[in-house]
Design a protein around this ligand. Structure first.
Ligand SMILES: *Cc1c(COP(=O)(O)O)cnc(C)c1O
Length: 398
């Protein structure tokens, strides 16, 4: 292939403003473009590439799986589904799993569970509490649950049955639901990802768990981005010592192979019955193998511990390099899910960082998001800071 900057394709639908590079191969936390230029990957395919690229244990396992079965449909038992469900159940303290292919699909299933949970009790117009700045996906139902007008614009009429409240304000939640018998669930991300790396406070999560128990609501936690070890625990809500009733997963679960899951606890596990929900691809043997191997390798290689310790190191290093600059509002996050909020839009940093050999993203216009593979080393963390710092300084000086 000749050295080139890829042009916008006339045939790929124009849904993304893309960085003008084309990546060709990867190894660990590094990727190379078609011109041979090297990048440090601090984005991990948007919190997806848990094990980085071309992992020496994952790739042979997936190659082996290709020689066995890729897909069979859910008309038959899929033993690998049963195995992955068991691993997720053990690590979450929940009880049953439905497999699908993506984050929005997992959230869509969660919303169906919430509605049927209501209908099963005679509630004909069930309502779900959702949050300002939330992101739950791009389907009609999940974009309606999303708290971002830009995601919703042009796609009305939105799905009804959502009540929106601010993060970390239990009184606001009480007021918004006061005397409303139709509320069936509260649905939120432990740490909002697309909304700008905004964590729910631990005491709020605990108050919420109590309120859900008192009112008979399902606590549904979208851990699509913050789950699967990213924060240093299997699931981010575990920092608050709570267990949800429904937990959608996706992104990091398959280390890049598309896979989603809805994990349910006893209150929600039997809501969906044969005929209520389904998927052609969901839970196929290739995706299940990817999930199984991801969890097995994460444990073998101590990646929860790595995410916690390298994440703490990275956050401290970012704070000492950037924290005192007047245009930096906050460095926040947990483990390897970190946001650096500036006092002005910083989307331009994404392209400039790529030029400087660093892959990052910007969410909520002014938040630099760092969600690298969980295999990141301390040296690589320092390299992220070294490459990012002059770019932020320059941007703030403009
Ligand atoms: C990415 C994301 C989704 C949507 O996942 P897709 O696989 O893109 O459909 C949903 N919820 C959260 C919290 C996410 O970060």
């Amino acid at each position: 292939m000749t050295a080139s900057t890829p042009a916008t394709s006339p045939h790929v639908m124009n849904t993304y403003g893309r960085v003008p590079i084309a990546l060709q191969r990867g190894q660990g936390c590094r990727v190379w473009d078609v011109n041979g230029k090297e990048y440090l990957d601090a984005l991990g395919g948007i919190a997806v590439n848990t094990l980085g690229h071309n992992h020496a244990k994952l790739v042979p396992a997936l190659q082996h799986q290709l020689t066995q079965l890729i897909h069979t449909s859910n008309y038959y038992h899929v033993p690998l589904q049963e195995q992955l469900a068991q691993l997720l159940v053990e690590r979450s303290g929940m009880s049953n799993v439905f497999f699908c292919n993506s984050g929005l699909e997992a959230n869509e299933a969660a919303l169906k569970i919430a509605r049927k949970f209501g209908h099963d009790q005679g509630i004909e117009k069930p309502e779900v509490v959702v949050y300002e700045k939330a992101f739950h996906g791009r389907s009609i139902a999940t974009l309606s649950a999303t708290g971002n007008p830009k995601v919703q614009a042009g796609f009305g009429p939105l799905v009804e049955g959502f009540i929106r409240v601010p993060q970390n304000d239990i009184e606001a939640l009480r007021r918004a639901t006061e005397g409303n018998p139709n509320v069936v669930a509260v649905f939120f991300e432990t740490i909002q990802g697309e909304g700008g790396v905004n964590p729910m406070r631990i005491e709020y999560l605990q108050q919420l768990r109590k309120l859900c128990d008192e009112r008979g609501w399902l606590m549904m936690i979208d851990e699509v981005q913050c789950g699967m070890g990213r924060t240093g625990k299997w699931f981010a809500h575990q920092w608050a010592n709570i267990v949800p009733d429904v937990m959608p997963l996706a992104k990091g679960l398959g280390s890049g192979v598309p896979v989603g899951a809805v994990v349910a606890g006893p209150k929600a596990a039997n809501v969906l019955q044969p005929g209520n929900h389904g998927t052609t691809f969901g839970g196929n043997p290739l995706a299940m193998r990817a999930g199984l191997e991801t969890i097995r390798i994460m444990e073998e290689d101590g990646l929860l511990q790595n995410a916690a310790s390298v994440g703490a190191h990275l956050q401290a290093a970012l704070r000492s390099a950037l924290g005192s600059l007047s245009g930096v509002k906050e460095v926040r996050g947990q483990g390897l899910m970190i946001g650096v909020e500036l006092d002005k839009p910083c989307g331009a940093l994404v392209g400039r960082a790529a030029e400087a050999g660093l892959l990052i993203s910007v969410t909520a216009e002014s938040v630099i998001r760092i969600v690298p593979p969980l295999i990141l080393t301390t040296a690589e963390a320092d390299e992220i800071v070294a490459r990012l710092t002059p770019l932020v300084q320059a941007l703030l000086a403009e």
